[in-house]
Write a protein that binds this ligand. Structure first.
Ligand code: ATP
Ligand code: MG
Length: 347
């Protein structure tokens, strides 16, 4: 398969607004990514200059002991991108750790953020708890919002399609941007806006936390038909909906949350909700409907992914191209920032 990338210019010279997002390369991507971000990215690549980062550097902040896992998932996540319809003709995909300008920007920005500000970040707080770090938080992990600020600003991105958990990162990025612009005395870097879809946070099937790779509760985009069926069967519904004729609760009912996220027929979903609330609609019936939707969504992704995985060399070539282009763009931004702040330069 030929994955060409030759139509993307090297410099951001036009007025098209720039999108930057990415994913940590810790595991293959899941339905939460699809609902929270990938779907938006596939749509937006036609109207925007889009960059996607395979965030292996950020993944290392809580996987330092297993770098080989982080490295091998670079290809896995790249396959997920291509399988859902990210087109390398329209979107530049780059490997974060191969862009040294990002690390340099992170170092510079860290001086503009306090430790207490980082500790107040609500997503970081939750993640520290989930990972059981307590007081032993790796410094890199606490600072990953700063590295995300470096990622976003290095591409001069103004739009960031992300799930709800990432909103505090964009806020933190903009605080840094405003500080640097004030120091530079010019609009050096653009502020960024988070683009969060209606389903900002897809829950895991138990409904307790967000579907997440590290929590081990994810339905991957390459899930087999059996995995999909089992996941839907195990989904949390209304525990008080004991018999079909009982009235049931839709709020907090994971099956309905998933229907909201993945059905393209909102009329049918609201009919099902009404019948469920009234009583007379069984969990199994709703689950069967959801399963059909998920099977239909995932099978073409799974098939395309399997085909692409047959030729990893071609995917690697595409990644190398994208990373080369991204290296130029990010180095230019670093040069601009250094000059605007008046950092040391060789004469
Ligand atoms: P990890 O557990 O390793 O942090 P993750 O599942 O949270 O993995 P990330 O790579 O951290 O995935 O997130 C990448 C993007 O996907 C972010 O924009 C994030 O908001 C979005 N995302 C991840 N999980 C969900 C979810 N359950 N619902 C909506 N968006 C999500
Ligand atoms: Mg995450």
């Amino acid at each position: 398969m030929n994955i060409a990338t030759n139509h993307i210019p090297d410099r951001v010279t036009d007025t098209q607004s720039v999108i930057l997002t990415g994913d940590r390369t810790t595991e293959p991507l899941h339905l939460g990514h699809y609902a929270g971000s990938l779907r938006n990215r596939v749509a937006l690549q036609h109207s925007h200059r889009q960059y996607l980062l395979l965030a292996d550097g950020q993944a290392m902040t809580d996987n330092a002991a297993t770098p080989e896992k982080v490295a091998s998932n670079v290809l896995e996540v790249a396959l997920d991108y291509l399988a859902v319809g990210i087109d390398p003709e329209l979107t530049t995909i780059a490997v974060q750790s191969s862009l040294p300008a990002l690390a340099e920007l992170t170092m510079l920005y860290m001086n503009h953020v306090t430790v207490s500000r980082l500790e107040r970040n609500p997503t970081i707080k939750t993640e520290i708890q989930q990972r059981g770090f307590e007081r032993d938080v790796p410094a890199g992990f606490l600072c990953y919002p700063v590295s995300q600020a470096a990622d976003i600003t290095a591409f001069k991105a103004s739009l960031v399609p992300v799930g709800e958990d990432q909103a505090p990162m964009i806020e933190q990025t903009n605080e840094i941007v405003r500080r640097l612009n004030r120091l530079a005395g010019e609009p050096l870097l653009p502020e960024a806006r988070a683009l969060i879809p209606a389903v900002g946070r897809l829950p895991s099937i138990d409904g307790i936390s967000k579907m997440s790779k590290s929590a081990g509760n994810a339905i991957p985009l390459s899930a087999s038909p059996d995995e999909i069926r089992n996941a839907v069967r195990r989904m949390y519904t209304d525990p008080d909906h004991l018999t079909v004729s009982d009235p049931g609760k839709v709020e907090g009912n994971v099956v309905f949350t998933y229907l909201d996220a993945f059905s393209d027929d909102p009329g049918t979903v609201s009919d099902l909700k009404a019948r469920y609330r009234r009583g007379g609609l069984g969990d199994m019936q709703v689950k069967n409907h959801l399963e059909e939707i998920l099977q239909t969504l995932i099978w073409p992704i799974r098939e395309r992914r399997a085909r692409l995985a047959d030729d990893p060399g071609e995917v690697m070539r595409m990644l190398r191209d994208g990373t080369d282009r991204a290296r130029k763009v990010t180095q230019e931004t670093l040069d601009d920032v250094r000059a605007a702040l008046g950092l040391f330069h060789w004469t």
